[in-house]
Design a protein around this ligand. Sequence first.
Ligand code: LRY
Length: 229
Amino acid sequence: MNSPVLDKIKGGLIVSCQALKEEPLHSSYIMSRMAYAAYLGGAVGIRANTVEDITEIKKVVDIPIIGIIKEVYGDCNVYITPTMKEVDALVECGVDIIAIDSTRRERPNGENLDDFFKEVRAKYPDQLFMADCSDYEEGMHAAEIGFDLIGTTMNGYTEYTKGVELPNIELMKKLVEDTKKPVIAEGGIWTPEQLKAAMGAGVLAAVVGTAITRPMDITKRFVAAIQDK
Ligand SMILES: CC(=O)N[C@H](C=O)[C@@H](O)[C@H](O)[C@H](O)COP(=O)(O)O
């Protein structure tokens, strides 16, 4: 697929700059500084949550943005850009790629992914969409129904993938080979070596979040290392 956005992120590092309400760095200003730091450090793209954060981030960096809106509907487990409302808001604020939960789990209002994405695609034929998947079948399915990019984002975070070792390089490899779509490596990349391994799997680009932008979790890892017996 020819796309200037995909050309810009090809072979590079995308930094996820997210802090939910309950996280210590929850602030659009702080996320914009994180994004600026990532940009200065050589990131080729930013993944960000909410219109507020994305708007601030766009003021300071001019690199492709993967936009999401995390929204929980009742006791539904699908929370990454789950309905048209979030898609509309992301298109309106202007992002290069919109990521959507593409797991087989039940969506809000019992809607299924195929019908939902058909509607999304009909409404926004020229927008790039990334499928946040949790396993091989979901990646293959998302490719079939027309997602532009396939991501491993949800691997390890659905009930049926809980406990897998991240980053899941094997899954990345298989999705690269079989979907014939650009794959984005995402989830659990903590070290430069893991990032290199992900790129070696043939993915288009890789997203690193927590290891760069969540200091509380980074601190916990250091503390755990000295508490180990
Ligand atoms: C499962 C889920 O909700 N993942 C979220 C998706 O946007 C983010 O919280 C992650 O930080 C992001 O995927 C990057 O992954 P990691 O932080 O492991 O580098």
